[in-house]
Design a protein. Structure first.
Length: 249
């Protein structure tokens, strides 16, 4: 039910963090996986690290805000087709409303929301040819739980969950499922300084029932599940992976 042998996949933002863990998991489940990011050297380094673990991947460098068609074309050239697209690219601008200019708000939405739509649209002709196409957008618990001083990211991630529902309804007739993953607080390399902050550790102990940050590899099973035959009748959901943070009062 979780076998991805014979499937091809592209993971944007796959050179580090949660994107890399999802790409690694898809490959271990049998998919021929290509990772995308803006920096070719970082992708090459990630590919080398994966190779040391016996995982072969391809790379498709490019900026998802500028080159969606070129990125998809490069991935398809390497794999011969595309069954699975996981869009894991995301940026954050932690400024409140008074400090965040409208053009900066728009820029973050372009990176975190519009680019996801552009990548999905560019991938659609290829995924439609798959017998079991999968489109998976990585949103956040910020899609439905806000913190003060974070309006652009919250709006973008909420938009991603809404986009997931819209595409799921539109594309279901093509035997293509569209779902999202909403990570909570994960101790990725980007968040290492936050995970080491005693004040935030106390906050995590209070707010997350499991009383710890998520380990990056713990996002992987959600990605494999949604990409696999096991999720063939799962469509339009946002799967939360947050240790119970959003269900605790």
């Amino acid at each position: 039910m979780f076998d991805l042998n014979g499937k091809t996949a592209l993971v944007t933002g796959g050179g580090r963090g949660l994107g890399l863990e999802m790409a690694k998991a898809l490959s271990r489940a049998g998919a021929w996986t290509v990772i995308n990011g803006r920096n070719r050297q970082s992708l090459e380094e990630a590919r080398t690290r994966l190779a040391r673990d016996g995982i072969e991947t391809g790379i498709a460098p490019g900026d998802v805000t500028r080159d969606p068609e070129a990125i998809i074309a490069a991935a398809v050239e390497k794999t011969g087709g595309l069954d699975i697209l996981i869009h894991a690219v995301g940026e954050r601008d932690r400024r409140g409303t008074e400090a965040l200019e409208p053009h900066d708000f728009a820029a973050l939405l372009n990176t975190d929301l519009t680019a996801a739509y552009a990548m999905a649209r560019a991938a659609l002709p290829h995924i439609r040819r798959s017998a079991a196409g999968r489109l998976i957008l990585v949103t956040s618990i910020a899609a439905f739980a806000a913190r003060a001083g974070d309006p652009a990211y919250t709006a973008a991630k909420g938009g991603l969950s809404a986009l997931t529902r819209s595409l799921a309804v539109e594309l279901g007739a093509d035997n293509l499922t569209v779902n999202a993953i909403a990570p909570g607080w994960f101790a990725t390399e980007t968040n290492a300084h936050l995970a080491a902050d005693p004040a935030l550790t106390a906050f995590v102990d209070m707010r997350i029932p499991l009383k710890r940050w998520g380990r990056p590899e713990e996002i992987a099973p959600a990605a494999v599940f949604l990409a696999s035959p096991a999720a063939s009748f799962v469509n339009g959901i946002t799967l939360t992976v947050d240790g119970g943070m959003t269900v605790q009062m």
